[in-house]
Design a protein around this ligand. Structure first.
Ligand code: FDM
Ligand code: MG
Length: 215
């Protein structure tokens, strides 16, 4: 099995605008990895269960206001506070499936177009976190995502803002990202990422070193 190598678990990240289907794909992937005998966990960022995550949650639910720099730093801190646990799990052979990660941090804050919070600055504060072995980018037109039962009323869940986030993702994506058309049915999408996932899980298990942001 893919877990039998001398190596580590893979870091697989799902990215995309709100309601593009990330959570569904993460669950489908976790289930299929486990069926194949791959030890795997599903995490999401922001992790709203930590002290810092609680502040982020209040901000997103509009119970607290914070300026753009302050909330950006909280999202970043919420990843850094999980760094050692991520590294430990990966080193121990557990594959991590992440529902959002540093790429969300860059895309959402850069979409605000605050001059001192551009993509370059946003990337710089992610430095030292483990790099994804695979970024699966679920690309969807914000008009379509909004039509999927509507947004839940959290901050950022507005079509105009989501369009800006999508442009930021387009700028951030590189040729290593697996970009998929997220308007397809869930099972079909899931099928389109299986091969790429298998490849990175096997490479990690075979001992390919984990990268660091922003290798
Ligand atoms: N978000 C998420 C950010 O603005 N920065 C980040 O670093 C992360 C991880 O938080 F609108 C935004 C993206 C989204 C909101 O995420 C909550 P979920 O996945 O909808 O819970
Ligand atoms: Mg959301």
């Amino acid at each position: 099995s893919a877990t039998a190598g001398p190596g580590r678990g893979a870091l697989i990240v799902f990215e995309g605008i709100d309601r593009c289907g990330k959570s569904t794909q993460c669950s489908l992937l976790l289930e299929s990895l486990r069926k194949q005998g791959v030890r795997a966990e599903l995490w999401r960022f922001p992790d709203r269960t930590t002290l810092i995550g609680g502040l982020i949650n209040e901000y997103l639910q509009k119970q607290a206001s914070l300026n753009d720099a302050a909330v950006h730093m909280l999202f970043v801190a919420n990843r850094h506070e999980k760094r050692e646990e991520m590294l430990r799990l990966l080193a121990g052979g557990t594959t991590l499936v992440l529902d959002r990660y540093s790429y969300s941090g860059v895309a959402y804050t850069a979409a605000k177009a605050v001059p001192h919070l551009g993509a370059g600055f946003c990337r710089s504060v992610e430095a030292g976190l483990p790099a994804a072995d695979l970024v699966v980018y679920l690309d969807l037109d914000p008009e379509q995502s909004a039509a999927r039962g509507g947004f839940g009323g959290e901050r950022y869940e507005k079509v105009e803002f989501q369009k800006k986030v999508r442009s930021q993702y387009a700028a951030l994506a590189d040729e290593r990202w697996l970009r998929l058309d997220a308007s397809q049915p869930a099972e079909q999408l899931h099928g389109q990422l299986a091969a790429a996932v298998r490849r990175v899980v096997e490479r990690a298990a075979a001992g390919e070193p984990l990268g660091q942001l922003w290798d």
